[in-house]
Ligand binder design. Sequence first.
Ligand SMILES: NC(=O)c1ccc[n+]([C@@H]2O[C@H](COP(=O)([O-])OP(=O)(O)OC[C@H]3O[C@@H](n4cnc5c(N)ncnc54)[C@H](O)[C@@H]3O)[C@@H](O)[C@H]2O)c1
Length: 465
Amino acid sequence: MALVVIGYYASDLNAARKVGKYQDSKWVFAVVVGCMAAITALVFGIISIFSQYRTIAMLFAWEWILVILWAAVTGIFGKMYLGGENDEMDHGVESMITAAAFDCVNLVLWFISAVIGTKGRRNKDDPFHQSSSATLGVPGYDHEGSQSRTDNTIVVEYPEETKDFPPEPTIQGRGGPHLKRTLPNFSLEGRVGVVTGGARGLGLVMAQSLVASGADVAIVDLNKEEAESSAKAIVEQFKKDNPNAQTYDRSKFASSKKEGIFRVPNVTAHHCDVSDPTSVETTLSDIVGKHGKIDHLVTSAGFTENYDAISYPYERMKKLWGVNVDGTYLFATGVAKHLMERNATSGSMVFIGSMSGSIVNVPQPQAPYNAAKAAVRHLAASCAVEWAHANIRVNCISPGYMLTALTRKILDENAELNKTWTSLIPMGKMGRPEDLMGPVTFLLSDASLYVTGADLRVDGGYTCT
Ligand SMILES: NC(=O)c1ccc[n+]([C@@H]2O[C@H](COP(=O)([O-])OP(=O)(O)OC[C@H]3O[C@@H](n4cnc5c(N)ncnc54)[C@H](O)[C@@H]3O)[C@@H](O)[C@H]2O)c1
């Protein structure tokens, strides 16, 4: 706008110079006004570079007011200063009014753009809404946000073939005979527990903790051979840890246990796809047929994969949800039905979720898994409320990064990932699968009779930060 004023003056002066019309005094007046317009344009231009729409609009509003004043003042003072040269002066004032009209239109346009353009924008002048760099007055750096972003180049697929799974040994010597005293209600003596995904990994270790606590166990897994060999290995390990154990019929003893003698546990293996309702139904009746009843359920069948959300193959995503969410739901409802039918008083379940159900892991992208585990956590809480009347407790365990054979293999191939993960865990290390033995026993046993719908995070403090 100021440039428009200058333009008008320049053309006026040029015309005047050509016909030799203006006196010297009028030149001085025109140059002063022109310079003021130029300086104003420069100052407004510089301020605009650092301002947002709304500030610029306000500057234009002020400029418009100034121009009106300017037109009036130059009209009056110009006339006073220049004496009676009214014709030329009137022409100058006309030019100013035209410039002001331009400015007026400009002002309206800027107000419109300010209202549209600044909707929802942050107020940069508000220190509480500035970025940390801006608050400190330093420029942004590359590191900003870098530790909390996913990396789409990380792609990890869950193995399809059994042969691709690294071997998973049972836990040695940690079940052992009870040499130290503990609360009796931590015992699962005489109970029957089902562990889905129990052939390996966390499921296998949790199955062992059930056995070490006195329960018989049904291992349910898609991998039939490994489920069978793990069931055998658990019994072998139990016998090694308890050399005096005997095989006997519990029903012959009032306390379901021969005085002072541990019973060799009955550990069975069951082939099942937990995401298939028919397979789940058949497996549950097979388990009840072999064990006579079910008291507890641990849903450890589940897996994760890494693809960025946009590239995730839809079929794989459906499978992941099928195993993690549907699998948990189908087994839980099947076992709850069984517990209700036999009016059981000590039924309890533990769903294996993940800390990923509460946070977003970095750097590996895994949106569907995170969402699936959030669903598992909330399913536990929802079932807990729905089945509380039937004395069925449902809780969730959300492990952090655990060193199973499979995670060990992934990290062996990616040392950088290992470093990033452990740097994000306050305890500075990944969990061992056996770190879940205590939590799962606690939540299944009568030691937690008033705990239901809870989510127990076993993550070395990861989710605290
Ligand atoms: N390992 C970790 O760091 C970690 C961390 C948090 C949560 N978890 C969760 O813990 C659970 C166990 O994980 P893991 O590390 O032991 O995994 P894993 O792969 O070592 O074991 C999973 C078991 O589930 C079985 N399985 C897979 N699909 C199945 C299906 N459709 N039906 C029946 N069985 C099936 C597999 O055969 C395998 O034996 C999973 O739900 C996992 O999401 C693991």
